[in-house]
Design a protein around this ligand. Structure first.
Ligand code: UDP
Ligand code: MG
Length: 156
């Protein structure tokens, strides 16, 4: 079955500061995912609280809210076949020490508190998180990327 999904990806403030935006975008592009929205922004307290509401009350919560607001993030929406799970694979697991070598977190981060990238973990989270950072008219959902054009041509 063809599963075309959207997911919310953010380069967190440490990733931006360290100049990893291009590297991260490049990995998603090379994989074959399609960028349909992107902006740099300072996360507000309200956005941070909504984004991480599932973690409220956990020992790392306050520091997490501080971290995500410690500098601008680059917020993005990526589209593609099974992109939610695929993006999580590219990212690696939360703790860079447990992440597979070759993943973004294993390759570029030392500790789970500063792990460079966020990605939605389910279709429900993706929809919810995209809505925190983007309005529907900000999603460039219509254009065709090269892969889609090629596939269409082959079908003709
Ligand atoms: N986090 C942390 N300490 C922990 C667990 C998580 O600082 O023990 C932070 C970390 O930045 C992580 C974020 O909280 O990316 C959200 O946690 P989650 O378990 O949702 O991990 P993710 O989905 O980002 O892999
Ligand atoms: Mg999560």
């Amino acid at each position: 079955m063809h599963i075309e999904q959207k997911t919310f990806i953010a380069v967190k403030p440490d990733g931006v500061r360290r100049g990893l935006v291009g590297e991260i975008i490049s990995r998603f592009e090379r994989k074959g995912y399609k960028l349909i929205a992107m902006k740099m922004l300072d996360v507000t307290r309200e956005q941070a609280a909504k984004h991480y509401e599932e973690h409220k009350g956990k020992p790392f919560y306050e520091r997490l809210i501080e971290y995500i607001q410690s500098g601008p993030i680059v917020a993005m929406v990526w589209k593609g076949y099974n992109v939610i799970e695929g993006a999580r694979q590219l990212m690696g697991v939360t703790n860079p020490l447990d992440a597979q070598v070759g993943t973004i977190r294993a390759d570029f981060a030392l500790v789970k508190e500063y792990n460079v990238i966020h990605g939605s973990d389910s279709p429900e989270s993706a929809e919810r998180e995209i809505a925190i950072y983007f309005s529907p008219d900000e999603l460039c959902d219509e254009y065709e990327n090269m892969a889609e054009i090629v596939i269409e041509k082959l079908d003709e």
